[in-house]
Write a protein that binds this ligand. Structure first.
Ligand code: 5GP
Ligand code: ZN
Length: 118
């Protein structure tokens, strides 16, 4: 269910403070500590999954709900509407994929350009 040594499990359980964006039974969303864009937050499943490399058919409904949550939270957090606004969704996976924290997370980035990175 959760990994006691995992940073994002601890954040989801409130054991490490974060700037919360959203919480429901299944997901926790919070602002990235090192934002790469004017708006940058992460959506995580509360249930520990290490990365996209571990997902199976069993995770498909959760992944669908996570993707569906992203546009709603993006607008809530101030991303401008599509098509002139919009947002970027990123899931880094593994070392070569640029993943630093091994608890599945969806980056949601947006806001006026230029952005700090990428
Ligand atoms: P990754 O590189 O694994 O895709 O992304 C991990 C993200 O988590 C990075 O953008 C990093 O800034 C963010 N991060 C790492 N540690 C913390 C933390 O303790 N709190 C918050 N809010 N974000 C963190
Ligand atoms: Zn975890």
């Amino acid at each position: 269910m959760h990994d006691p040594d995992c940073l994002f499990c601890k954040i989801a359980r409130g054991q490490i403070p974060s700037r919360k964006v959203h919480e429901d039974d299944e997901f926790f969303a919070f602002h990235d500590i090192r934002p790469a864009a004017p708006i940058h937050f992460l959506i995580i499943p509360k249930r520990h999954v290490a990365s996209m490399a571990q997902v199976t058919d069993e995770h498909a409904p959760m992944l669908g709900r996570m993707l569906t949550l992203a546009p709603r939270l993006a607008l809530q957090e101030g991303c401008n509407p599509y098509p002139d606004g919009g947002f970027r969704l990123v899931v880094n996976t593994g070392t070569e994929g640029g993943q630093e924290v091994h608890h599945l997370h969806l980056h949601v980035l947006g806001g006026p350009r230029p952005w700090a990175r990428g």
